[in-house]
Design a protein around this ligand. Structure first.
Ligand code: NOJ
Length: 495
């Protein structure tokens, strides 16, 4: 039975009424929610913070951010952190995933100049979380490169890997006595593709078929250096884990009987998940199908200078083995067919030569790209287990959005959280996937990048029209709290 149909209208906390009592989660399962610095903090130029590429992108005219909005103030979490903590406690989270604003800590991106007030802010956040029995998962980079580094070439420049490594070391050194779960980079695919191919995310570069591969490459190099730094300098005394958050749709052939669709599906997954997971978990290099597709297409285009997909140098720290767990951001699924992209066009889409379509039976929630397919998560988790050597997995993001008039009694999202947690449970119990935690995106309604405030992912509604930015739990926030409390108490009974 659909979970939503089985639910009462009672507004109290712990309001789930389902017959899934067989569902169990491991004792230490992480029940989390996630946010990112630019999306919630505001305080974009206070207390010595340097500008980031998102500050620039939103402030420059002619960018395609919804109604010219920006993250200048957003949830104002820089001032209102204690309100966020109240929300975190209300949900009963065991973990909270946040990101550090690189340019708040290091205004020019380099460790020669540290902003003490930024340092104080993050120390308070981390200490308050721990004092509330909530473990932080900290992302070092969530789309917001210091503008000063962009001015030197940003992620396209090979030097960025070493600069990121020194920022990472600074963070490990400063916060690593208390932070045990680290994400180096969030969604390098999105930074590469939306930021440097389509140009719809900061820094707004549009160099199809070229820049994205270079950016992805330097992000991987930066990640690998940071992981090796942690491994050599901090692991023994701090005992934490470090990974890279990789986003991917689940994908399956539009026509399962069609060899073309099957091959296109393989390319689709290779160009998203595989691009960043293969180097870390399988070979230390990009998936073979990605290399060969790009090479073939490059030749067709008469491209002379070797592949557009760079090679990893043997003189640099190796990529293979540089993830202590698999950090997966899952939102949606696609059925895939061979691409219809015109040959002769330079671009990722034409290299990939695969097109994902939404199955008409899948509901689309809020934003057009977000077809809601909870069982796609289970399938993707199984694929991750089988393809990447059974890693420990944290689902570091997953969510359901709302657009249009605010609906505080969001029963559909309640049903969604119920269904998705059931899929996680099945992956654990029936497929044997080593899932360690689930982070809902997002704790709060926030600045949804190019969609501004028009798309709301929060478990808490934020009233952006009022200076106090009041936070109010959606019904789905109460539902998620109920799910957490139910499974945590089951776990406790059984331990
Ligand atoms: C993934 C990104 O990491 C996050 O910043 C974004 O808000 C969500 N997807 C929803 O689009």
């Amino acid at each position: 039975m659909n979970a939503t149909a089985n639910r009462t209208n009672s507004p109290e906390w712990n309001c789930i009424h389902t017959n899934d009592s067989a569902t169990m989660f491991p004792t230490n399962f992480a029940w989390g929610a996630a946010t990112s610095a630019y999306q919630i903090e505001g305080g974009w130029d206070v207390d010595d913070k340097g500008p980031s590429i998102w500050d620039t992108f939103c402030h420059e005219g002619g960018r395609l951010v919804f109604e010219g909005q920006s993250g200048d103030v957003t949830c104002n979490s820089y001032e209102l952190w204690e309100e966020d903590l109240r929300c975190i406690r209300q949900l009963g989270l065991t973990h909270y995933r946040l990101s550090l604003s690189w340019s708040r800590l290091l205004p020019e991106g380099i460790t020669q100049h540290v902003n003490q007030k930024g340092l104080r802010y993050y120390n308070k956040v981390i200490n308050d979380l721990l004092a509330s029995d909530v473990l932080p998962m900290v992302t070092l980079y969530h789309f917001d490169l210091p503008q000063a580094l962009q001015d030197q070439g940003g992620w396209k420049s090979p030097e960025i890997a070493a600069i990121f490594d020194s920022y990472a070391r600074f963070c490990f050194e400063t916060f690593g006595d208390r932070v045990k779960l680290w994400i180096t980079l969030n969604e390098p695919y999105v930074c590469a593709k939306l930021g440097h191919e389509d140009g719809i995310f900061a820094p707004g570069v549009k160099e199809p078929g070229m820049a994205a591969y270079l950016v992805g490459h330097n992000m991987l190099r930066g990640h690998a250096r940071a992981w090796h730094s942690y491994n050599v300098l901090y692991r023994a005394k701090q005992g934490g884990s470090v990974s890279l958050a990789i986003n991917s749709d689940w994908a399956e052939p539009l026509d399962p009987a069609s060899p073309d669709d099957t091959a296109a599906t393989e390319r689709y997954l290779a160009f998203t998940l595989g691009w960043f997971a293969w180097p870390l978990f399988v070979t230390g290099d990009y998936p073979e199908v990605m290399r060969s597709s790009i090479e073939v297409r490059s030749k067709e285009l008469g491209y002379q200078e070797g592949s557009r997909l760079p090679r990893f140098s043997k003189d640099e720290p190796s990529l293979l083995g540089t993830a202590d767990f698999f950090a997966l951001n899952y939102y949606t699924s696609r059925r895939v067919k061979q691409g219809e992209c015109c040959p002769g066009v330079l671009g990722l889409k034409s290299d990939q030569d695969a097109e994902g379509v939404v199955d008409p039976s899948w509901p689309v929630c809020g934003v057009s790209w977000l077809a809601v397919v909870p069982d796609g998560l289970r399938k993707l988790l199984k694929y991750v287990k089988d393809t990447f050597n059974n890693p420990a997995v944290y689902i570091t993001e997953n969510g359901f959005s709302q657009v249009g008039p605010v609906d505080m009694e969001d029963v559909q999202r309640c049903g969604f959280y119920h269904d998705i947690i059931q899929e996680v449970a099945r992956a654990l119990r029936e497929d044997g996937v080593d899932v360690r935690g689930y982070f809902a995106w997002s704790l709060l309604d926030n600045f949804e990048w190019a969609d501004g405030f028009s798309v709301r992912f929060g478990l808490f509604h934020v009233d952006f029209s009022r200076p106090e930015r009041p936070r109010t739990a959606y019904r789905s926030g109460r539902e998620y709290a109920g799910i957490i409390s139910k499974y945590r108490s089951q776990t406790m009974v059984n331990t």
